[in-house]
Design a protein around this ligand. Structure first.
Ligand code: AGP
Length: 609
């Protein structure tokens, strides 16, 4: 999704803005642009495609300045094009970069056309820059104009704004979309997330919804939604500039797949004393909240939704606590009915997913008293909106396709199942069994990663295929869904997942030699039933790849290719069986030559509806 970088300094900010844009590339985008003020003029460069194209443009025709704003655009209103790329400028006086969607842009456009403003793009953003320009004519400066203009905007925005009338002020504001201020020594920067600014600072101010900041090199003033000057804390980030480096890996995604043993050990670290989960890991009043809840409602999108689906099986099977799950974008508009004392559990890697945030707010409106976020970004909006929080501690995830974020979500969700399950039907013996399985996870995943070469060879069968089916049962049905999502996201092969028992109710009609069928077959009570489903496919000429427990693996069927997965405890096996599916998707994408880390049309952080 769109990325914003800006800066005000005593040095030329262009190289810093460019580096910041590169560090935001992972969010997904289709064009990039940058503008500076120099000698009472706004200079702008924009380019369709990658940041390196913009960089080449700047090398050929350099611009420089002590104040500037830059942007990577992920098209929502208007196709990807240079004209639609940000910054947008009004009458050579004001320049704006924007992340979010202005919902009343059509109405504002009509009014502004009557006021004589000309439009050079199809974006919703252009109304913002005209509105600010218009307000400047009746106010005493840029800050007052911005305050007046944003009152007219409906929707979500993070904005970076500058004007030749006040070339020593950079304005940053946010409502609904994230924006941070990086605090340097005698210089300030703004960005959509901290990763963009790590080479210049590790000190950040996280703007709150409705904040407007007026930033000069001497300091900054932040006004809250009630126009009161407020002080926001400066937070020291633990991340370093190289925390988001690819190292020796060809892609971030591969690096992140291999980081999973460490990420999971981090997710468990310090949360147990004498092998007993400490409930204060969820927040100081967690025990009190858990004592009161009678049901769980999980809300999430995409991969995080799949993690929630696995958790629902766990909550109901292990803890016997009623649990619902819904895709956040549906929940927020469905008029759902929440049972009293329901704990709302949101799951999100970024903590900025607009639909998940809105669903949480909707649940609160419906009377939900308790909320808990499973999240990877401590300073995110979701974390701030939730009563309780359990951080996944996966570390920065750059590849658009979630990998370590997913498996750490599962590990932390299991901690939640334990904490809540204790109050329901989870016995001490089962809790201890799950705990020791959790601690065995890093070692098990290390072993599964050794399947990499075998899976790489298997991937060759897929590269020419148009479609694939993924099958699983029980907790492994959502894992099949996650495998299918990974494959379609990065290889662009159409992939669908089904609970294997559902095959004969329709999808069996698709089976032929051109339809690879990937099956997740751990050693559990559903294995015999799954074997029957495998037979149904094989009998119809389907080509199966079956990820199966090493102790059971055997097949005399030429249509069935078995990959032996190390033996693993029942409860954690969905986490372990995820890894080979991630590797499969990765290798297929590499063979197909797609942009693995930044697949087409997708964004890492989906901050608009
Ligand atoms: C995962 O591979 C996807 N990129 C996507 O489905 C993602 O999980 C979804 O957009 C939700 O994001 P979140 O976890 O940051 O809320």
């Amino acid at each position: 999704m769109c990325g914003i970088v800006g800066g005000i300094a005593q040095r030329n900010v262009v190289p810093i803005l460019l580096e910041g844009l590169k560090r935001l590339e992972y969010r997904g985008y289709d064009s990039a642009g940058l503008a500076v003020i120099s000698n009472q003029q706004i200079y702008r460069k924009r380019e369709l495609g990658k940041v390196k194209g913009l960089e080449a443009l700047l090398e050929a025709d350099p611009i420089s300045g002590n104040i500037g704003i830059a942007h990577t655009r992920w098209a929502t209103h208007g196709k990807p094009s240079t004209a639609n790329a940000h910054p947008h400028i009004c009458r050579n006086k004001v320049a704006v970069v924007h992340n979010g969607i202005i919902e009343n842009h059509e109405h504002l456009r009509e009014v502004q056309l009557k006021q004589g403003y000309e439009f050079t793009s199809e974006t919703d953003t252009e109304v913002i820059v005209h509105e600010i320009h218009h307000a400047m004519e009746s106010t005493d400066g840029l800050l007052s104009a911005v305050k007046q203009a944003v009152k007219k905007l409906d929707g979500a925005y993070a904005l970076g704004i500058m004007s030749i009338d006040s070339p020593d002020i950079l304005i940053a504001c946010r409502k609904g979309s994230p924006l941070v201020i990086g605090v340097g020594i005698g210089e300030y920067f703004i960005a959509s997330d901290v990763a963009a600014l790590l080479p210049v600072t590790q000190r950040f101010i996280f703007l709150e919804d409705g904040d407007i900041a007026a930033i000069t090199i001497d300091g900054l003033v932040i006004y809250d939604r009630d126009d009161q000057a407020v002080s926001r804390p400066i937070i020291e980030s633990q991340l370093t500039a190289d925390a988001v480096d690819k190292g020796d890996y060809r892609h971030y995604m591969l690096k992140e797949i291999y980081e999973q043993p460490f990420a999971i050990s981090q997710a468990l670290e310090g949360r147990f004393i004498n092998n007993r989960l400490q409930e204060n890991a969820f927040g100081h009043n967690a025990a009190e909240v858990f004592d009161n809840i009678k049901a769980i409602q999980i809300l999430a999108c995409g991969t995080s939704y799949h993690a929630g689906m696995v958790a629902r099986y766990w909550f109901e099977e292990l803890a016997r606590v009623p649990c619902n799950i819904e895709v956040a974008s549906e929940f927020r508009y469905r008029s759902p009915v929440l049972a009293p004392d329901t704990l709302i559990v949101t799951i999100s890697q970024s903590g900025e997913t607009a639909d998940t945030l809105a669903a949480l707010l909707e649940a609160k409106k419906l009377g939900a008293k308790y909320s808990l976020a499973i999240c990877n970004v401590p300073e995110s909006s979701l974390v701030r909106e939730s009563d309780l929080v359990l951080m996944t501690r996966a570390g920065p995830e750059i590849g658009v396709a979630s990998t370590k974020a997913f498996t750490t979500q599962l590990a932390t969700l299991m901690l939640l199942v334990i904490a809540i399950g204790r109050r329901f039907h989870l016995t001490e013996i089962v809790e201890q069994k799950i705990t020791s399985e959790l601690f065995s996870l890093p070692g098990k995943i290390e072993k599964v990663l050794q399947l990499d070469d075998e899976i790489k060879v298997l991937a060759e069968q897929f590269a020419e295929k148009q479609h694939a089916l993924f099958l699983g049962r029980g907790t492994h049905y959502p894992i099949a869904m996650e495998g299918a999502l990974k494959l379609k996201e990065i290889s662009y092969i159409h992939a669908e997942a089904y609970p294997a028992g559902e095959l004969k109710h329709g999808p069996l009609a698709l089976i032929d030699a051109d339809m690879p069928v990937v099956t997740v077959a751990p050693n559990n009570s559903l294995l015999e039933k799954l074997k029957s489903n495998i037979q149904e496919v094989s009998a119809r000429g389907g080509q199966l790849i079956v990820f199966m427990d090493e102790t059971l693996a055997s097949a005399n069927d030429e249509n069935v290719r078995i990959v032996k997965v190390p033996q693993v405890g029942n409860e954690i096996s969905p986490i372990v069986y995820t890894i080979p599916l991630q590797l499969l998707a990765y290798h297929v994408a590499v063979l197909k030559g797609t942009d693995v880390d930044q697949p087409r049309n997708l964004a890492k952080s989906v901050t608009v509806e």
